[in-house]
Design a protein around this ligand. Structure first.
Ligand code: PA5
Length: 464
């Protein structure tokens, strides 16, 4: 068994316990310490490139020092607009897709009760998301469901030209203007976009919206700690200063010059690349907390878009357990042996639920009497890790002491840093996404967008 362990940020308040368990029976599918050590220089070198800006995609490295460079004034400006929107509206509709959506959704879900929609007294507005799909049903439902509520909107698009959010914004802008008039609409709409370019920038300037900038050198999927994530989160009442503080501590803990033995981002990146080189092509991010489901969705975008290119890259998948043990569990245990699993384990649950003894014990569960439900969850987790390792699925374990803004901020930055390092080890540019354009070209051609006449004729001929 091999254990990598790093204490963050202090020995009494540990953050990550990264563990790669290997059973000696399965050495053929496992990795050994010397294999990780062999990739350590590449990981350290990749980390140095992220800091020196000499690697591929170096015009998109603004995220590396982002947490330590956010000023209190920037946070205050975000907070001021967020408070204004929250005061005016019971529902804030956040419009964006991909990196302009998933970070805010991930943190919001992680920080919210799973049943927040049942709360009778709300301190903060409901946050709903739009522009992340083209479903007429979803959009019609959204417009219908918000009819009885006062509304405001935050529209987010770095390019300012992405079709899905642009279409949604056109509809929601019209609804806000129809309800409140053009003047008041300006007070109820804020935008986040490029400093100078794009249709959304032009529109925001023309309408006079409060507009926040996505720095040029921060790509969408690395933008959760810019106003892209921070504005909607502040409007939802999330403590964004704590989120940034956690990220900032993780920035320091994974900085250039931190030795490999202490740099958990470099370790994670190295380990996943060792596994990839040995044929483990799929990484499953698993968690036993339903609130973390969208952290996994954000992580999938981060790693999928960053690494999946040039016909290379680990395929990022996710499961929420124990639910998915009853759907995906069979495959993970006994399907193709190309999987490894990274478990985000949360040490401290919120709330307390104790399983009571039952006089009749008809369900046979009295052996659990007096235990907290979390103890059962933890034993399920341990049992699953051992079963998967025995079944030939290498496991990496990331332990959070609790789900709060500080640790979530640290987790986000950890994954970003490891992603940059991992992409460089893999030999790709982790900061572009050329493949995302292919569907857009076809869609525009099929919809007869001006400028696509030739592509339009070609695609229609192909479909005849
Ligand atoms: O990571 C990325 O760059 C993408 O996923 C974008 O975030 C996504 O395509 C949305 O782009 P935009 O913010 O320009 O609308």
């Amino acid at each position: 068994m091999l254990i990598l362990r790093t204490i963050f940020p202090s020995t009494t308040n540990y953050f990550f316990y990264t563990m790669i368990r290997l059973d000696s029976k399965h050495t053929s599918c496992g990795i050994c310490e010397s294999e990780i050590a062999a990739l350590a220089p590449a990981a350290q070198n990749a980390n140095a490139l992220l800091h020196s800006g000499e690697g591929a995609g170096n015009d998109f490295l603004g995220w590396v020092n982002l947490p330590s460079s956010i000023t209190p004034e920037e946070l205050n400006a975000i907070g001021a607009t967020a408070s204004r929107l929250a005061t005016k509206a019971e529902v804030i509709i956040v419009i964006g897709i991909g990196g302009s959506y998933l970070g805010a959704k991930a943190v919001l879900d992680a920080m919210s009760s799973s049943f927040h929609f049942l709360q009778k007294e709300r301190k903060h507005p409901y946050i709903l998301f739009a522009g992340n799909n083209l479903s007429e049903t979803y959009t019609a439902e959204l417009l219908e469901a918000t009819k009885e509520y006062s509304i405001a909107a935050i529209v987010i698009s770095k390019s300012g030209t992405t079709t899905e959010p642009a279409v949604a914004f056109r509809l929601i802008k019209a609804e806000i203007e129809a309800r409140y008039g053009k003047q008041e609409a300006k007070e109820r709409i804020a935008s986040v976009t490029d400093a100078a370019r794009g249709a959304l920038k032009t529109l925001s300037t023309a309408e006079g919206y409060d507009t926040f900038v996505i720095p040029d050198n921060v790509g969408g999927r690395f933008s959760v700690l810019t106003p892209v994530g921070l504005l909607p989160l502040a409007a939802a009442g999330i403590n964004i200063a704590e989120l940034v503080r956690g990220a900032k501590d993780m920035e320091a803990a994974t900085a250039e010059g931190v030795p490999f033995e202490q740099n958990i981002a470099a370790q994670y990146a190295a380990v996943r690349n060792v596994l990839y080189q040995k044929g483990y092509k799929i990484e499953i991010l698993a968690s036993y907390e339903p609130r973390l489901q969208y952290i996994a969705e954000w992580w999938k975008q981060l790693y999928g878009e960053s690494e999946g290119k040039e016909h290379k890259g680990i395929f990022p998948a996710s499961v929420t357990l124990t639910a998915d043990l009853h759907s995906m569990g069979q495959y993970i245990q006994e399907g193709e042996r190309t999987l490894f699993e990274t478990v985000i384990s949360v040490a401290q649950p919120e709330g307390k639920v104790i399983i009571e003894a039952d006089g009749d014990n008809l369900d046979g569960l009295n052996f659990l009497a007096g235990k907290r439900l979390d103890e059962v969850n933890k034993m399920a987790e341990l049992g699953v890790v051992l079963a998967h390792v025995d079944g030939g699925v290498p496991n990496i374990r990331i332990e959070l002491p609790a789900i709060n803004e500080y640790y979530i901020g640290a987790l986000l930055y950890f994954f970003e840093k490891a992603c940059g390092i991992s992409g460089y080890i893999l030999g790709v540019n982790p900061f572009n996404q050329p493949g995302v354009e292919a569907y857009k070209k076809n869609m525009f051609a099929l919809l007869d967008k001006p400028g696509y006449e030739e592509a339009s004729a070609a695609i229609k001929a192909r479909l005849k």
